[in-house]
Design a protein around this ligand. Structure first.
Ligand code: NAD
Length: 488
């Protein structure tokens, strides 16, 4: 059941209040399935960002947030989790109309993940602690693990709320305050979570949302001297720009960036399971997934059998209305994504890839929506651009290989290192491959397994720092060493 939601114009959420942008400017957010404007959203400039940072600073320095016990902070985060469960249908609906992700995904994965994140980090609030250290001399030495202060969180459009929550929940759990800048393409759920924060009684200024483009709103947040840390998820080029901008004020940054993840199928694998997972590894969420299995490596001797299974399955996957619970492939999330994906398919053909499924825009009855057929290239060479560059869409590049060393060498031969998967029954080969692959996550005989308690992040140009689990908390805290003279 989809909740009915009337969507009026959206304002900025600053210091517990909803307000227009200082400039009065707004921008539209568009439904990629219909190409219609959903609503208009306030466009923050540096004046609004400054107000939000000041509100967050005040809440951090003057309390009640900073004076609150971890246990009480945990209660508030748990209330957010409960409210996300309560409003799950509505959150999923907003996410679907803003991104084009099928409602079956936003309801069962995105909205549930957001609730899980707040629930999980609620549990950490009263467990973030220092240690005593047996130093030399007559001293007591202990550490305090303290929050950083004001965290600037910048999130992308592909998993708008769950990626934002992956920053907001641990940052708040550690006692920081937050200014969130969601993607200008998908701002609706970030604003909805601000309403929830208000409803459950999160103190004013602890959580703020500023909406607008990255080049102005996002940049103002990164450059602001009152922001103590930037947590960013998005493209690698943007990550580089953010690092350069953050250098001016020496802000620590964590960067979750792009990927070109290899999915390796050895000849002894369960081919049925490997084909099923290879399919979802690239077509889940339209392939607009940072850790999508976008390079499929198949051992020569099973290549034809695996490809038959995969292509057959792919031809049955027809894009459809993302609000229909039966739909498994929605439209790409924007017109620029449609253009980018189309460009890469043309390039793949020109480079000599063998197109065996899809390859063009999917036209609905009324011709609207940024739909694209699920696409597979076979006989790809790992040096081709479609094997090296992140397409960020439902386009798979398939590459043959002969042995372990060859496939690991090719798998590691991209600038990225976000995730990788290995399919084999040979336990030695599986663990050897896991060790040799340069990626922040390695799956063995599965794909896209994720949990709020297990760290996720990149090697190489896929970024640094880890989200999720206890590892994320390290990036939202700093350690103070305290020395007490016990007598000389
Ligand atoms: P993007 O880099 O264009 O934008 C991400 C966010 O950064 C948006 O909110 C945007 O407004 C903002 N931004 C843009 N320029 C900025 C600047 N100069 N200063 C501050 N903020 C700025 O990325 P996108 O197109 O929204 O997302 C797709 C990318 O995100 C893909 O490359 C994908 O792989 C990556 N991604 C990575 C992960 C991960 O966990 N590693 C997860 C999801 C997406």
């Amino acid at each position: 059941m989809v909740a009915e939601t009337k969507i009026g114009p959206k304002k900025l959420f600053i210091g517990g209040k909803w307000q227009d942008a200082a400039s009065g400017k707004v921008f539209p957010t568009i439904n990629p399935a219909t190409e219609e404007v959903i609503t208009e959203v306030a466009e923050a400039d540096e004046r609004d960002v400054d107000l939000a940072v000041r509100a967050a600073r005040k809440a951090f320095e003057e309390g009640p947030w900073s004076a609150m016990s971890g246990a009480d902070r945990g209660k508030l985060l748990r209330k957010i989790a409960d409210a996300v469960v309560k409003y799950g249908d509505e959150i999923a609906y907003l996410e679907t109309i803003d991104t084009g992700k099928p409602i079956s995904e936003t309801r069962h994965h995105d909205a549930s993940r957001v609730a899980d994140l707040f629930e999980y980090y609620a549990g950490w609030c009263d467990k973030i602690q220092g240690e005593t250290i047996p130093v030399r001399g007559n001293f007591l030495n202990y550490t305090l693990r303290e929050p950083l202060g004001v965290v600037g969180a910048i999130s992308p459009w592909n998993f708008p709320l769950s990626l934002a929550a992956g920053k907001v929940a641990p940052a708040l759990a550690a006692g920081n305050t937050v200014v969130l800048k969601p993607s200008e393409q998908t701002p609706l759920t970030a604003l909805r979570i601000a309403e929830i924060a208000q409803e459950v009684g999160l103190p004013d200024g602890v959580f703020n949302v500023v909406t607008g483009p990255g080049s102005t709103t996002g940049r103002a947040l990164v450059l602001h001297p009152g922001v103590d840390k930037i947590s960013f998820t998005g493209g690698t080029k943007t990550g580089q720009q953010i690092m350069r901008d953050a250098a001016a004020t020496l802000k620590p940054v964590t960067l979750e960036l792009g990927g070109k993840s290899p999915n390796i199928v050895f000849a002894d694998a369960d081919l049925e399971a490997a084909a099923r997972h290879a399919f979802w590894a690239i077509f889940y969420s339209k392939g607009e997934v940072c850790c999508a299995g976008s390079r499929l490596f198949v051992e020569d001797s099973v290549h034809d059998r695996l490809m038959d299974k995969l292509v057959e399955r792919t031809k049955r996957l027809v894009p459809g209305d993302p609000l229909d619970p039966k739909t498994r492939l929605g439209p790409l999330s924007s017109e620029s994504q449609l253009k980018k994906v189309s460009r890469y398919v043309e390039l793949g053909i020109a480079e000599g890839g063998k197109l065996v499924a899809g390859g063009q825009r999917y036209r609905t009855g009324n011709g609207k929506g940024y739909f694209f057929h699920p696409t597979i290239f076979d006989e790809v060479d790992n040096r081709m651009k479609i094997a090296q560059e992140e397409i960020f869409g439902p386009v798979l590049a398939t590459i043959r290989f002969k042995d372990l060393n060859e496939v690991i060498g090719k798998s590691n031969d991209t600038p990225y290192g976000l995730a990788a998967a290995v399919w084999t029954h040979d336990i030695k080969k599986a663990h050897l491959a896991a060790k040799m692959l340069k990626a922040g996550t390695v799956w063995i005989n599965t794909y896209n397994a994720l949990d709020v308690s297990s760290p996720f992040g990149g090697y190489k140009m896929s970024g640094f720092g880890r989200e999720l689990g206890m590892h994320a908390l390290e990036h939202y805290t700093q350690v103070k060493s305290v020395w007490v003279n016990l007598g000389e």
